[in-house]
Design a protein around this ligand. Sequence first.
Ligand code: NAD
Ligand code: TYD
Length: 351
Amino acid sequence: MNILVTGGAGFIGSNFLNRFVPRFPEHKFINFDALTYAANLMNLAKVADRPNYAFEKGDIADFDRVKEIFEKYDPELVVHFAAESHVDRSIVGPAAFIRTNITGTFNLLEACRHFWGKKEGRLFHHVSTDEVYGSLGATGFFTEKTAYAPSSPYSASKAASDHLVRAYGRTYDLPVLITNCSNNYGPYQFPEKLIPLMIINALEGKPLPVYGRGENVRDWLYVDDHCDAIWTVINKGRLGETYNIGGNNEWRNIDLVHKICEVLAEETGTEPGEYKRLITFVKDRPGHDLRYAIDSTKLKRELGWQPQETFESGIRKTIRWYLENQSWVESVKSGDYRNWLAKNYDQRMIG
Ligand code: NAD
Ligand code: TYD
């Protein structure tokens, strides 16, 4: 089977390819990625030379390029990871989010509709986020029936893409599946996101910027557990359905930053206080969702998925990965990354 993986050079997509390309030599995996700032081909060093892996540079918002890829490979399965994925960037500059997340998803759906017609055995799997549901208060969980109420340009663009996928399923009988997952962590995550940003800043003795009072809550899932959930849904999910994926692992941001400092101190043989003294409360994110928490009962009951990684082992593995992969860390600290840090944090520190 030819499997088109969009955004396979980003954080989750590259973990997905590293996990499944070696396991399924009978499938060909085509990684279709625009190589934005968030991508890194170093992530794919372990699979790059495998005969069942191919890389194609290209933009999903460019329909002609999407068509070329469908003509060349005739994929039976599309696993759609490609997206602009960072909430703070969507606040600073939403246009790229509309283009990639909405127009890009639309182009892929159009290609599937035209190239697949009524052919059997095809599937479009859309990788989405729990952020489409908006914010929870102190209690409760998101289920698949929770109404969409996105807060940021990022989550609004993902919500729009989810709606398009569902509409193509209903209107054109396109075989589609959607998963909505909570916050991921693990190797290869770009250090604009909370966990790698804190690890890298702490190691450099830089401030650890916690938005507001650090009371916002996120549910964290190890990236391999997310990839296994996607694979389970692709193989066993009921067509047209949505499955929520979560870790049952809620942390207040401030507690999580303390935890990172403690594990980092153990791993580097220093005192946690050396890192904790760097914690700096900064101006909050506009429209900052208070709490995300996922009810994944449907996925567990119907398809038998369970997360394998505990947070204790997952966070330690992740911290070790960043300590042991300094060349990767250096490669992402480009001029572009420094510009982002200045753009996002300079005014927050003053505010
Ligand atoms: P990422 O930002 O690390 O990677 C995104 C990848 O998409 C990059 O390789 C980038 O080059 C590529 N890309 C961006 N625009 C493109 C375009 N126009 N054409 C082709 N490729 C393009 O993102 P991630 O964290 O790996 O997230 C992957 C998917 O999972 C996204 O759809 C995101 O919404 C979803 N998701 C992420 C999380 C999370 O915690 N990171 C949680 C739930 C869902
Ligand atoms: P993030 O990793 O950006 O994921 P998301 O916004 O998609 O949940 O942020 C996770 C939480 O951490 C969120 O509540 C915002 C907060 N945060 C900080 O406090 N400081 C930071 O520098 C960043 C990037 C995030």
